[in-house]
Design a protein around this ligand. Structure first.
Ligand code: HAM
Length: 419
């Protein structure tokens, strides 16, 4: 048997309800916040991610699904969405459409990571990006959006952590200070830390293995330039003024290179080691980096699988989904024409209808009607055809009515309102 690839999932039936629950909340909250959907390709030129996510990051060094296509181009399955959004912004001239441009996306991302609970090789993100504003209110708004998305999903087991990673002006001095601090400790650190010392020294701060050493490292907050410091203070004021609880985590540095100033994450303790539900921040240099004008931007992405894990751990169950309101059950070969005609009439009234095209007895037809969540069954047998009637059965109560075929659609419409 051919099996699915390690770190991927089939999503179906009961599990699908959770996805619809999350996707519906996403559509609802993005609409309330006036974010517009963008869909970019799931593969891009490898160069895009190397340049934006950063050559020295784990994502680019170890986790990308990269291959050569038949034309000899290096292609990569997207490991994240922000780089693609920045590219689409530049390539399609969004800069001319006025600012800010507020976009969201939902879709699969690919990272070659060691699979474990909450960590997959194909996972799904909902991401939002606001492009065009350098103001801390834009950072605040995407954070508020994230909090409201979680609220809509009824997730209250989640905590916001914020930090700043400085900018190209102040960060180099901070990195020097970190290198000095780590210089005489590097021999005793883990292999990842050793590798990152030269290429990405800030990542040493969020190493799980060498947490103890990082505890006494210099803080970025003493190295910030005035602009970054003011930006961070303003964001905090906005969060406090709007009653959003947060904690400053000076070790929060994010794993992608494009961040400037604000960085934030929301973590749910119940998730264990992969407890980050979402992460994001400001990336003022990225659009220019991928070939556009200088356009400040901020956004975040959340892992849908992780959101679903939190829902399950909190015991939140999405309601049973109705696949069709009405099940039409033709009991004879010659009842099908009428069955499809009745179905058409109901669909014209915007009512979802399942026509049973299987060859089986009434008991089994009724069983299936319940399974798909139908509220009403329409039974068409010999007597019904002869008299131009139809039997309407309310599944919940078992009540039955014989209704004239011509009035069937109106009758059902009214019954559905009552149910
Ligand atoms: P990220 O922190 O790499 O950020 O990923 C965002 C979220 O995707 C994580 O918080 C996590 O929930 C989920 N995630 C990441 N990797 C996996 C995985 N292997 N399996 C399951 N879930 C995963 C970004 O991707 C940035 N593009 C976010 C952003 C948008 N920053 C600004 N705008």
């Amino acid at each position: 048997m051919i099996k699915r690839i390690k770190g991927t999932q089939d999503i179906y039936f009961e599990e699908m309800k959770y996805w619809h629950y999350v996707e519906n909340a996403i559509r609802e909250v993005t609409r309330l916040y006036a974010f517009q959907e963008v869909r970019t390709p799931i593969f891009e030129a490898t160069e895009l991610f190397k340049r934006s996510v950063g050559e020295s990051t784990d994502v680019v060094q170890k986790e990308m699904y990269t291959f050569e296509d038949k034309g000899g181009r290096s292609i990569t399955l997207r490991p994240e969405g922000t780089a693609s959004v920045a590219r689409a912004f530049v390539e399609n001239g969004f800069v001319n459409l006025g600012a800010p441009i507020k976009l969201y996306y939902v879709g699969p991302m690919f990272r070659y990571e060691r699979p474990q609970a909450g960590r997959l090789r194909q996972f799904h993100q909902i991401g939002v990006e606001t492009l065009g504003s350098s103001h801390p209110t834009a950072d605040y708004e995407v954070i508020e959006f994230a909090m409201n998305l979680l609220k809509k999903l009824k997730i209250d087991d989640a905590k916001l952590y914020i930090n700043t990673v400085g900018c190209t002006k102040c960060r180099p001095k901070y990195k020097e200070a970190l290198k000095d601090y780590y210089a005489d400790k590097i021999d005793g650190l883990c292999t990842d830390c050793k590798r990152r010392y030269n290429s990405n020294v800030m990542r040493l701060l969020d190493c799980k293995i060498d947490e103890g050493v990082a505890a006494n490292a210099p803080s970025i907050h003493t190295y910030l330039c005035d602009e970054c410091s003011n930006h961070f203070n303003e964001l905090q004021k906005l969060l406090s003024a709007n009653d959003i609880d947060y904690e400053i985590d000076p070790k929060l540095v994010r794993g992608l290179d494009y961040y400037t100033k604000t960085a934030f994450e929301i973590r749910a303790e119940s998730l264990g080691s992969q407890n980050q539900i979402l992460g994001g921040g400001r990336y003022d240099g990225l659009v220019e980096y991928v070939g556009g004008k200088s356009v400040p931007a901020v956004g975040f992405a959340a892992g849908i699988e992780r959101i679903i894990m939190v829902l399950k751990s909190m015991g939140i169950k999405p309601e049973t989904e109705e696949i069709a309101s009405i099940a039409v059950l033709p009991m004879l070969e010659n009842a099908f024409t009428l069955a499809f005609e009745y179905a058409r009439r109901l669909r014209r009234k915007n009512i979802s209808v399942f026509v049973d095209v299987m060859d089986r007895n009434l008991r089994n037809r009724m069983k299936h009607a319940s399974r798909i969540g139908a509220k009403i069954a329409l039974i068409i047998g010999e007597e019904e055809i002869e008299k131009g009637l139809v039997t309407v059965k309310i599944l919940e109560t078992g009540a039955q009515f014989k209704v004239d075929g011509d009035f069937m659609a109106n009758f059902i419409e009214e019954k559905l309102i009552e149910l």
